[in-house]
Design a protein around this ligand. Structure first.
Ligand SMILES: Cc1cc2nc3c(=O)[nH]c(=O)nc-3n(C[C@H](O)[C@H](O)[C@H](O)COP(=O)(O)OP(=O)(O)OC[C@H]3O[C@@H](n4cnc5c(N)ncnc54)[C@H](O)[C@@H]3O)c2cc1C
Length: 432
């Protein structure tokens, strides 16, 4: 961002600001430069660059991607308005003739208008109220138009953008940035997943019903010991059973990877997850990943508290199995709304016994009076007080949290209030 602003200053941007006739176009140029930069950063944030993924985690990246997206869009609007008004102010033909002249006669401008329309569609459908009305798949498909929008905007920058063309440094900088963004997408979103899927030849081995709303799928593959994955991480899965190939769904591993198989456990929320129950052994599986920061690698303390609610138990089950631990180092608190809703509890009991970890299953209806990680029957206790009763030295633990959004917020709040430093709280959200 600093380079972009410095290039604008070197290109006479500040001098142009002080003259009435060029001030608007100067602001228009600056906003375009920053908007383009943000658009590319936005693409880079979602390019699954391993170092970036490991640092921030996909949920945080999605949050920043969204924030960056709205800002780049706002600046594009500023750019369009100020450049148009700036040119119209110095043109004898007036506003409408300037707009027509721009669109029809300036190189790349028609493409840029089409690109802007694509970006408007993406931005509007990403506003929360609009997004909530769309199916995830429809929203995601529309969202891909953002790449089209960015691509269509490129030519007018290269052909007419003063700040792209005046200095070699600027031209090299921008081409490098565009090439880095495009290459990152090609490498990490296309080539690496394809290579890994072809290399490991994953197929469904077993499909098991945990109950009538939850399915476990075990997959086997070749050379899985070479796949750099750890318990607690997740993949985007595509099951090649007809139209399923076009839809990727994220699921965490529900068992520690053993070098031969990978296992997921999914609650039936909609079409995609319910379909898992109908998978047949032998179905081919394409995957992207592994992703996620909820693994042993982020741990800095000996003692670990795992907190899960509902289907958020899946990565915790895998972590309980894999974490390096001495007796009593690991505690798992599993919150479920009812005994029928317990998932994998027999496995959790067996694992806790084998690894001499402490397991608490906290069952009961969600508290109605206040936001709490505890069930209704326990809310006479404070959230922090109750945590202290389960894990008295909680402040000296690394804490891993996964579950429904409201419950996670309450759990995070309680562990922070109990004295766990924020850098020792590790979270995976199942929704962006
Ligand atoms: C990092 C991560 C790990 C997850 N791990 C598990 C797990 O181990 N077990 C489990 O049961 N669930 C897990 N989920 C949630 C699971 O991905 C969704 O429940 C599933 O994709 C829903 O798809 P659907 O077609 O059945 O439901 P829909 O009715 O289409 O959607 C239900 C909800 O899931 C969201 N969703 C749908 N598709 C996707 C997608 N491709 N990416 C992100 N969100 C989507 C929708 O926005 C909606 O809020 C995880 C989600 C994330 C982000």
């Amino acid at each position: 961002m600093l380079v972009v602003v410095a290039l604008w200053v070197l290109g006479g941007g500040v001098q142009d600001l002080v003259q009435a006739s060029t001030a608007l176009t100067s602001i228009g140029r600056l906003s375009a430069l920053v908007a383009s930069d943000l658009l590319l950063i936005q693409v880079l944030l979602m390019a699954r660059i391993p170092m970036v993924e490991m640092t921030y985690g996909q949920d945080e990246l999605a949050r920043r991607h969204r924030w960056t997206g709205f800002w780049s869009f706002n600046l594009i609007v500023v750019h369009v308005v100020t450049i148009t008004l700036g040119y119209a102010a110095t043109s004898p033909t007036g506003l409408w003739a300037t707009i027509t002249d721009f669109v029809l006669n300036y190189p790349g401008m028609l493409l840029a208008v089409a690109g802007t329309v694509a970006l408007v569609a993406v931005t509007i459908t990403s506003i929360r109220a609009a997004r909530a009305r769309l199916r995830y798949e429809s929203w995601h498909l529309l969202h891909l138009y953002a790449y089209l929008g960015v691509g269509l905007a490129l030519p007018h920058q290269l052909w007419t953008g003063k700040d792209f063309l005046t200095s070699t440094v600027a031209t090299v900088f921008w081409w490098t940035l565009w090439a880095a963004a495009a290459m990152s997408l090609i490498i990490w979103r296309v080539a690496q997943p394809l290579w890994r899927s072809l290399r490991h030849q994953l197929v469904v081995e077993q499909v098991r019903a945990e109950n009538d709303r939850v399915t476990t799928v075990v997959m086997r593959g070749r050379m899985l010991h070479r796949l750099p994955v750890r318990a607690g991480q997740f993949f985007q899965w595509r099951f090649l059973d007809g139209h399923g190939f076009t839809r990727a769904h994220p699921y965490s591993l529900s068992a520690a990877p053993d070098g031969r198989t990978l296992r997921i456990t999914a609650a039936h929320l909609g079409d995609g997850s319910a379909r898992l129950a109908t998978l047949r052994p032998g179905t081919k599986v394409f995957f992207e990943g592994p992703y996620g920061r909820l693994h042993e690698g982020v741990r800095t303390r000996r003692k670990v508290l795992l907190m899960a609610s509902g289907i958020g138990i899946t990565p915790m089950r895998a972590l309980l199995e894999e974490l390096d631990q001495r007796p009593g180092d690991v505690t798992l608190i599993y919150r479920a709304s009812s005994e029928q809703g317990h998932i994998l509890v027999d496995e959790l009991n067996t694992l806790a016994q084998r690894r001499q970890a402490r397991l608490f299953v906290v069952t009961g209806r969600r508290a109605s009076q206040r936001s709490s990680w505890l069930p209704q029957d326990y809310t006479h206790l404070g959230d922090v007080e109750a945590l202290g009763q389960f894990v008295p030295d909680v402040a000296s633990h690394d804490v891993f949290i996964c579950g429904s959004p409201g419950w996670m917020d309450a759990a995070e709040h309680a562990v922070l209030a109990a004295g766990v430093p924020p850098e020792n709280v590790h979270i995976e959200r199942f929704a962006y």
